[in-house]
Design a protein around this ligand. Structure first.
Ligand SMILES: [Zn+2]
Length: 93
């Protein structure tokens, strides 16, 4: 998994994990997807997970239904952690 983080935008890594979750672009550097916690398997038309690329290079990620406090859990369910995301960000600087 380590190679995945070389020269990679952390937001891109998250997006690549969400390909099976109905990932949809909703604007410049903004996406929506099904929440891996409460909408897995993907169903219906409502995508509650919001993803954006922040100005600081860090991804913005939260589920509008589960709340921001569940973001760590969402990352975990995708096999990711904030630690990895921060490390990936540092490498892309
Ligand atoms: Zn959710």
């Amino acid at each position: 998994m380590t190679g995945e983080w070389n020269n990679v935008d952390p937001t891109q890594v998250i997006l690549s994990r969400l390909k099976d979750f109905g990932l949809k672009s909703i604007g410049a550097s903004k996406w929506k997807a099904f929440c891996p916690l409460h909408e897995n398997p993907p169903k219906g038309h409502k995508r509650s997970l919001f993803i954006a690329r922040g100005n600081n290079g860090l991804p913005v990620l939260f589920c509008q239904a589960c709340g921001k406090e569940k973001t760590t859990e969402i990352l975990k369910s995708l096999g990711l952690s904030w630690k990895e995301i921060y490390a990936g960000r540092q490498r892309t600087r």
